[in-house]
Design a protein around this ligand. Sequence first.
Ligand SMILES: CC(C)(COP(=O)(O)OP(=O)(O)OC[C@H]1O[C@@H](n2cnc3c(N)ncnc32)[C@H](O)[C@@H]1OP(=O)(O)O)[C@@H](O)C(=O)NCCC(=O)NCCS
Length: 249
Amino acid sequence: MWNPFAVEIAGRGQVHPAHGMEPAELLNGFAQQGNVRCDGVLRLSPKGGIDIMSARPLPMQLDLTTQRLLLRPLRAGDADMLWPDITDPEISRLMAWDAHTTKEQTAAFVENEVARRLSGNGVTWAILMDGRFCGIVSLIGIQRTHRVLTYDKAELAYWVGRSHQRLGIMTEAGRAVLAFAFGQVGLHKVYVSHFAGNEASCSLIRGLGFRYVGTQLDEFQKDGVWHDHVMYELLDREHAAIAEEATTP
Ligand SMILES: CC(C)(COP(=O)(O)OP(=O)(O)OC[C@H]1O[C@@H](n2cnc3c(N)ncnc32)[C@H](O)[C@@H]1OP(=O)(O)O)[C@@H](O)C(=O)NCCC(=O)NCCS
């Protein structure tokens, strides 16, 4: 299925400066108009615009269901739903953001996530169980290509409100997002990482079947403290093997 925003620009767009293209050259790349982005095979047209020869936008159906959960993309007006969990410093402690202190911050976050989805660059879902908000899970930084290289990869990120932790919710949501990433989106690799010492995230990641890649020492600072950064990845074939093992009696 085609993302309607991508269809609107399938024909003309602007060449992103990072992809300096020669006229008549066929390249993997992306076209961007405002915050709308379209990945695919591009050709610079003689008049300076671009033709998108084939595009790979996000699927249109983005609601995911599991045994207990509904995952639906964040949408405008969700700021209230994210409170008070998003104000909890214990949730953000080992993450790249600080607990929100105003609704405006949360509204801006939601707006940013909606724009990200419309750009085809990623999706952030609200996780709902029996209609109650539990947390969020994201597939972000979808990268198809860079110059002549094909990547087809994206990053997994997540948090669950404290009252819903240790119930297997993120394991269930993570499995659904991985199936979506390797299935409908057709990714080759999903990667994920955590601050060293985040035992919950470490157990979750290993339980989802990710392969440990390595640890970067003192990769970033938060609140004046340097943190090691632990990285993992999962290939589509590794994911398929895990899925097959799970269904083998
Ligand atoms: C990481 C997080 C998303 C896990 O969500 P969750 O729904 O509680 O996870 P699950 O219930 O599916 O449990 C997954 C695994 O983590 C383990 N786990 C969960 N919370 C844990 C904790 N506080 N300490 C140690 N292990 C924990 C579970 O036992 C399970 O391991 P197992 O399969 O070996 O039994 C949640 O703890 C969280 O939101 N933390 C704060 C935000 C954060 O750190 N996000 C990740 C940034 S990389």
